[in-house]
Design a protein around this ligand. Structure first.
Ligand SMILES: [Zn+2]
Ligand SMILES: [Zn+2]
Length: 377
C-alpha cells in the first residue's frame, strides 16, 4: 500500500519538479526566466536576491541531478541482468530506499500545510515583538550581528531538538533517512515549526534583530540549508576547499546526519559554524570514521509510519510505563536514550566513551586554541 502511494507521490512530485525546472530553463534560454528575475533584482538593488535566484535554481537542479545519478548508478549496478520485471523491481527497490520516505514526508507536509498554517514563524512573530530590548539599524555590521544571532537561535533550538526527548520526537524524521540527498531537507515533522519558531523568536527579538532582516536571512538559510544535504553522488567529498574553515559545508552536515558515536549530536549550525565552534559541538569529518546515516534505534526499513511517528510511539510507551508524575516528566525532558535505570545510551555518553578510546579524532581547532591560550597564561 505504502509503495503504491510512493509511486503516486513520486510521479506527482517529479512532474512538478521537472516541468517547473525545464520551463524556467527554457524561458532563460529565451531571455526570460532567470535572466528576468536576476535583472529585476539587480535594478531594484536587491543584490542578495540576485544571489538567491541563482542558488535556488541550482538547488532545483541538484534535486533532479541526484535522482538521475541514483537511477544511473542503480541501472549500472544491475547491468548484467537482462531487462525484465525482476530488474524493474530491483531498480524500484533502490529508488524506494533513496527517496520513498523523503518524498512521502514532503507530500504529507504539503497536505497538512493546507489545514495547519506552516509558516508559523511569521504568524507568531508579532506576539514576541514586545520582547525587543532594542532594534538594530541596517548598517553592514548590524547584518553580521543579525546573522550571528540568527545562527545562535538556530543552534539553541536544534541543540534542544537533539537533547530533549519530546523535541527529538519532532526532529527525528529529519534524521531517519539512511541515504543523504537534497530531498532530506524537505523532511520536517509538521509540528516542529511551533517549537523551533518559538525558541528562535525569543532569542531574536530579545537581542534586537530587525524583523525585516529576517526575510533575507531566512532566504539564505533555507537555500543553503537545502544545499548542504547534497549527497556523495553530487559532491564526493563536499568539503568545498578552503571554505570548510569559514562556513558549514555538505561534509559538516553529513557528520550531523551520521549515527557513528563520534558524530552524534554535533554540527548544529546551518551556515556559519561560529556557535558550534564556541560551544564545542563542531566536529569535522574524519577519514578514519566512515559516515553511517540515520538514527540509532532499529527501524522497520522503508516503513513510513515508523519513520514519521516511531519515536513518538516509543516515548508514549516509556511515559505510560513510568511510575509517578515526576518520572513521566523526566522521560519527556531528558535526552533520547535516557532511562530511569541508566544513561548508557544517551548520545553524550556514547560519544564520550568513544572519545576516551580515540581522543585525537574529536579534537577541534577550538580546543587547540584554548590549549594554546592555556599554555600562554
Ligand atoms: Zn538535527
Ligand atoms: Zn539536515
Amino acid at each position: 500500500m505504502e509503495n503504491a502511494i510512493f509511486i503516486f507521490v513520486f510521479f506527482y512530485t517529479m512532474y512538478y519538479l521537472i516541468t517547473g525546472f525545464s520551463t524556467y530553463c527554457w524561458d532563460t534560454l529565451h531571455g526570460k526566466g532567470l535572466i528576468t528575475t536576476f535583472s529585476k533584482h539587480l535594478s531594484d538593488k536587491e543584490y542578495y536576491n540576485c544571489v538567491l535566484a541563482i542558488v535556488l535554481s541550482l538547488v532545483s537542479f541538484f534535486y533532479l541531478s541526484e535522482i538521475v545519478l541514483l537511477l544511473t548508478a542503480v541501472i549500472k549496478k544491475e547491468k548484467n541482468i537482462p531487462w525484465n520485471v525482476d530488474k524493474v523491481k530491483l531498480i524500484f527497490n533502490d529508488m524506494v530506499r533513496g527517496y520513498k520516505l523523503t518524498f512521502m514526508a514532503n507530500y504529507l507536509g504539503e497536505l497538512i500545510g493546507k489545514i495547519i498554517l506552516l509558516d508559523v514563524f511569521w504568524k507568531i512573530q508579532p506576539y514576541f515583538q514586545h520582547l525587543s530590548l532594542f532594534t538594530t539599524n541596517f548598517a553592514w555590521y548590524s547584518w553580521v550581528y543579525a546573522y550571528l544571532v540568527w545562527e545562535l537561535s538556530t543552534w539553541v533550538w536544534h541543540y534542544g531538538a537533539h537533547r530533549v526527548r519530546l523535541f527529538w520526537c519532532l526532529h527525528s524524521p529529519h534524521h531517519a533517512p539512511e541515504d543523504l540527498n537534497t530531498t532530506v531537507a524537505w523532511v520536517h515533522f509538521f509540528a516542529e515549526g511551533f517549537y523551533s519558531s518559538a525558541v528562535q523568536l525569543i532569542i531574536l527579538m530579545l537581542l534586537g534583530v530587525q524583523p525585516k532582516m529576517l526575510l533575507v536571512i531566512m532566504a539564505i538559510e533555507t537555500s543553503w540549508g537545502t544545499f548542504i544535504h547534497a549527497g556523495e553522488r553530487s559532491f564526493k567529498k563536499g568539503r568545498l576547499g578552503i571554505l570548510q574553515h569559514l562556513i558549514i559545508t555538505p561534509s559538516h552536515h553529513r557528520v550531523h546526519h551520521a549515527k557513528n558515536p563520534l558524530y552524534m549530536d554535533t554540527n548544529f549550525c546551518t551556515f556559519l559554524p561560529f556557535w558550534d565552534w564556541l560551544f564545542g559541538t563542531l566536529q569535522p569529518q574524519r577519514d578514519e570514521v566512515k559516515l553511517e546515516y540515520g538514527i540509532t534505534r532499529k527501524m522497520e526499513p522503508g516503513n513510513f509510519m515508523d519513520f514519521y511517528f516511531g519515536e513518538i510511539v516509543l516515548l508514549w510507551k516509556d511515559v505510560k510505563n513510568a511510575q509517578g508524575l515526576k518520572n513521566k516528566i523526566l522521560y519527556l525532558v531528558k535526552p533520547p536514550g535516557w532511562s530511569l535505570e541508566s544513561v548508557e545510551h544517551t548520545a553524550s555518553t556514547v560519544r564520550g566513551n568513544f572519545l576516551k578510546i580515540n581522543p585525537a579524532l574529536g579534537v577541534t581547532s577550538r580546543q587547540l586554541l584554548f590549549q594554546k591560550i592555556g599554555r600562554r597564561l
